[in-house]
Design a binder for this molecule. Structure first.
Ligand code: NAI
Length: 248
């Protein structure tokens, strides 16, 4: 069964990792897919060709989600080709991990700007479209670290916790117009972002995860399908953890 037939979704930071997996699953479920990332290269265009071959409309835009005006321009450009936008997935994110004593102001600002301000930028730009349509689903990619904190990730945890506060506030503000806003809190997901982690930490994490494996981008994408489609039409303001039970 195709759960997203006739819908159009924007996914930020989707050239690779979790965003790419969401774009793939969305296309498999019949959605038109717009992906953004800092740059659009040959590999991205190849990915767009793969999505299009699934029978949906797909397009990639180079756009920096951390820059307010870029997001406004992006949405206006998208509207020229896609008249309706049903789903926004705020997925773009970075890490600059360090203990507080070694964390620089630049590390703090970069993570807060890319992870949190981008969510404001994109949601603000899309809200006029969704208000006019009187429907929409916004999905923010938080993290279990935004709920529990993590030593060495105070900037990242603060940005991801901020996303949860933002998600709940937007759910309260826009619910009366049938616009839903939820967050996903992934645990340890196998992507280039987590490939930087030392092996000992990785092994320890797997030991501590009740399901005894790392998560795959497709595990997160499945939940993004649920939150994007009408099966979740009475779900808003929630944080869904996808972490193999890492956080109970
Ligand atoms: P990744 O590093 O593999 O992919 C992130 C993508 O975002 C890259 O393609 C990058 O170019 C893009 N990006 C970075 N800054 C951007 C900007 N300013 N504007 C547009 N695009 C930008 O990361 P991954 O693992 O796929 O993570 C995706 C999201 O999931 C992030 O928000 C991350 O914080 C979150 N997450 C990941 C977890 C994991 O274990 N991998 C766990 C919890 C949350």
């Amino acid at each position: 069964m195709k759960l997203l037939e006739g819908k159009t979704a924007i996914i930020t930071g989707a050239a690779r990792g979790i965003g790419r997996a969401i774009a793939t699953k969305y296309a498999e479920h019949g959605a038109n897919v717009i992906i953004t990332d800092l740059a659009v290269n040959d590999e991205t265009q190849q990915f767009i060709a793969e999505l299009t071959a699934m029978g949906v409309k797909a397009k990639a835009f180079a756009s920096n989600a951390a820059v307010f005006n870029d997001c406004e321009t992006l949405i206006n450009d998208i509207l020229l080709e896609f008249p309706q936008i049903d789903i926004l997935v705020n997925n773009a994110g970075i890490t600059r991990d360090n203990l507080l004593m070694r964390m620089t102001e630049q590390d703090w600002d970069a993570v807060l700007t890319v992870n949190l301000k981008s969510v404001f930028n994109m949601t603000k730009a899309i809200q006029k479209v969704m208000l006019k349509q009187r429907f929409g689903s916004i999905i923010n990619m938080s993290s279990v670290v935004g709920i529990e904190g993590n030593a060495g990730q105070s900037n990242y945890a603060a940005s991801k916790a901020g996303m949860i506060g933002f998600t709940k506030s937007i759910a309260a503000e826009l619910g009366s117009r049938s616009i839903r806003c939820n967050a996903i809190a992934p645990g340890f997901i196998e992507t280039e972002m987590t490939a930087k982690l030392p092996n000992e930490i990785r092994e320890q994490w797997i030991k501590d995860i009740p399901l005894k494996r790392v998560g795959l981008p497709s595990d997160v994408a499945d939940v993004a399908v649920f939150l994007g489609c009408d099966l979740s039409s009475y779900v808003t303001g929630q944080v869904v953890s996808v972490c193999g039970g890492m956080q109970l």
